[in-house]
Write a protein that binds this ligand. Structure first.
Ligand code: ADP
Ligand code: MG
Length: 585
């Protein structure tokens, strides 16, 4: 490896030259405290920034080995370090140094969730932070003096301030790791206690605003108080006893008046599939990993999904066992969202009346009399929700403020009353006895089947103008070849770095597993590859590892595939037990 002086010399040689001259910097340089890898040099000051890595050996960073022991601890430590680097950048980098991105130094630090991400990588021998740099220019000419300040002053100061254990708040780091570990512990324990979710005492569920994921200030928020009947306790490895509300498996209703905090509770449960940073307010909100938010999503495409458990006998004899549409309605989209979630192995459905199609959720006695069953294609979720639990072990948590018919099918009823939950299950049973329903059950003998689908290679078109063009655009959209996949209603997607990983993973899946495996199997295989080789395996880049990917869940990866307008599938016979093609390698 060349010494850092070589970098200084090269900078000297290109000062004032055209921007392209920066390309000569690519390479690896030994600095006193770290190694610097310049992997990719941007083509001009307005292009995507240059990518560099700083790497520190164990003897330099001196992180205690127990904080790097095992996957969970490494993920949490890496997350902590990425945030420290970001804080050091805010403190130490000058920022703007010329045209375009000139002077920029950035790292993908993440939001309120702690996700496995590529921004900081930790190996047995070293740790590495992956940074984005805007190499400075005046107009389009190289500003070597500014660049020298970035490489020789700012970068070393950032490293010293954020990647050496001696510079860190050791207690904060230990707590970051301990909390992550305990959240994982609770998530693993939930099923053993017959629970699907947990909300800790004192949790702050509401957010600062509709556009901020930060917690509502403590003085405004009503802290979460678990109701007596549903209080449970975990003996955590690092935080001793943690008390809170346990939501049992089965069918749970969240009821209560408008504006009493129902949707806020459900949203916290949706996010509880992820671990949260200390201070988030949702540190102890933990949901089983296989929880999927379900909502209506009219306009989405659907490819050969069996929605017949919910919808049959559409006008003109449209087949609902292999239902395809370019533009689903509210009810058909919600049915497809459920069936796709089941196909991927969902164990908990989260549904809010605010974002559901009413005719998908309920059909009351009077409507049953007026519109006879033969004339109504939809069997409401009300008549299916118990079958889902009984036959498939799939629980549901539903926000319902408006339909008492759901009281008939609930195992647990939680009432939100001025942001405080109450266990009103017993009272709900009395109401059911006092006011029996006269509606007819419509669910039939059983739930129905969930056929597996095999995505076919011909459904993926990653090319645009003859070149592979697959990239995320922010949190909610992916450019896949000529097509744009919209994910704004995939509500458990939380980080643009996940969207970037999903974009890469779609291409990876298409190239490696399409046509050979069911969608659930293919997605599981992609995730297994990520387990084994890291998120970097998804990237098709050759010049250096990506620094801006975060791990998506299988459900969101599948959701993106399912929303490709070009998707083509073959329906397997049985549920993933396709005789000839299943199994693959
Ligand atoms: P609902 O779904 O019952 O109509 P929401 O969950 O939408 O009610 O909450 C209504 C409002 O109350 C929101 O603005 C939300 O931020 C606020 N809110 C929710 N929970 C709390 C809480 N625990 N403390 C203070 N404000 C809250
Ligand atoms: Mg609501």
């Amino acid at each position: 490896m060349q010494g850092a002086e070589r970098l200084s010399e090269r900078l000297g040689a290109i000062d004032g030259r055209a921007y392209k001259a920066y390309q000569s910097l690519a390479g690896a340089y030994a600095f006193p405290d770290f190694e610097l890898f310049i992997d990719h040099v941007q083509g001009d000051p307005f292009a995507g920034p240059s990518r560099v890595r700083v790497r520190l050996g164990r003897d330099k960073h001196r992180l205690p080995p127990h904080l790097l022991d095992g996957r969970e601890r490494r993920v949490a430590t890496a997350d902590f370090l990425a945030r420290q680097v970001a804080a050091a950048i805010r403190k130490l980098a000058k920022g703007h140094r010329g045209t375009g991105h000139s002077g920029l130094i950035a790292i993908d630090e993440g939001g309120q969730e702690v996700l496995e991400r590529t921004a900081v990588a930790i190996d047995e021998e070293w740790l590495e932070a992956r940074l984005f740099l805007g190499l400075p220019a005046a107009g389009r000419t190289v500003l070597a003096r500014e660049a020298r300040a970035m490489f020789f002053e700012e970068l070393p100061a950032i490293v010293r301030g954020s990647l050496l254990y001696s510079a860190l708040d050791g207690q904060a780091l230990a707590e970051h790791v301990a909390l992550y570990e305990d959240q994982e512990y609770i998530r693993r324990e939930l099923p053993h206690l017959g629970l699907v979710a947990f909300v800790g005492e004192g949790a702050v569920l509401p957010r600062r605003s509709g556009i901020s994921d930060a917690p509502m200030p403590r003085e405004k928020a009503v802290p979460f108080a678990p109701p007596p009947g549903l209080t449970v306790e975990f003996q955590t490895p690092n935080h001793g006893r943690v008390r809170g509300m346990g939501i049992p498996a089965g069918v749970t209703l969240i009821v209560g008046g408008g504006y009493h905090g129902k949707s806020t509770l459900l949203r916290a449960l949706e996010r509880g599939v992820y671990n949260h940073i200390p201070g988030d307010g949702r540190e102890w909100v933990v949901t089983v990993a296989e929880a999927v938010k379900i909502r209506a999503e009219d306009g989405r495409r659907v490819e050969k999904v069996d929605i017949s458990p919910f919808i049959r006998n559409l006008p003109f004899g449209q087949d609902t066992r292999r239902f395809s549409t370019e533009e689903a309605s509210g009810s058909t989209s919600q049915a497809a969202n459920i069936m796709e979630a089941l196909e991927l192995g969902a164990k908990l459905l989260l549904i809010d009346e605010d974002t559901s199609a009413t005719n998908f959720m309920i059909r009351d006695e009077r409507m049953q009399r007026l519109v006879v069953k033969e004339k109504e294609p939809i069997t409401p979720f009300l008549d299916k929700v118990r079958q889902l639990y009984r036959e498939r072990g799939v629980s549901s948590i539903l926000v319902v403020g408006g339909s008492g018919d759901y009281l008939d099918v609930a195992d647990t009823v939680i009432m939100m009353d001025e942001y405080r939950p109450r266990d009103v299950t017993a009272r709900a049973r009395e109401v059911v006895r006092e006011y029996p329903t006269r509606r007819q059950p419509e669910g039939g003998a059983g739930f129905g089947s969930v056929p597996a689908r095999i995505p076919l290679p011909e459904g993926f078109h990653p090319l645009r103008h003859g070149k592979v063009k697959v990239e995320a655009k922010g949190l909610h959209s992916i450019r896949f070849g000529e097509e744009t996949v919209l994910l704004q209603y995939v509500e458990q997607l939380v980080d643009p770095a996940q969207t970037r990983a999903i974009a890469a993973a779609m291409l990876y899946l298409a190239q490696k597993y399409a046509g050979r495996l069911t969608l659930a199997q293919a997605v599981a295989r992609v995730m297994a590859d990520v387990d084994r080789y890291g998120l970097e395996v998804l990237s098709s880049r050759r010049n250096g590892p990506p620094g801006d990917l975060a791990r998506p869940r299988p459900f969101e990866l599948a959701a993106a595939v399912n929303r490709l307008r070009s998707l083509r599938v073959a329906v397997a016979d049985g549920e993933g037990r396709r005789k000839e093609a299943a199994g693959g390698e």
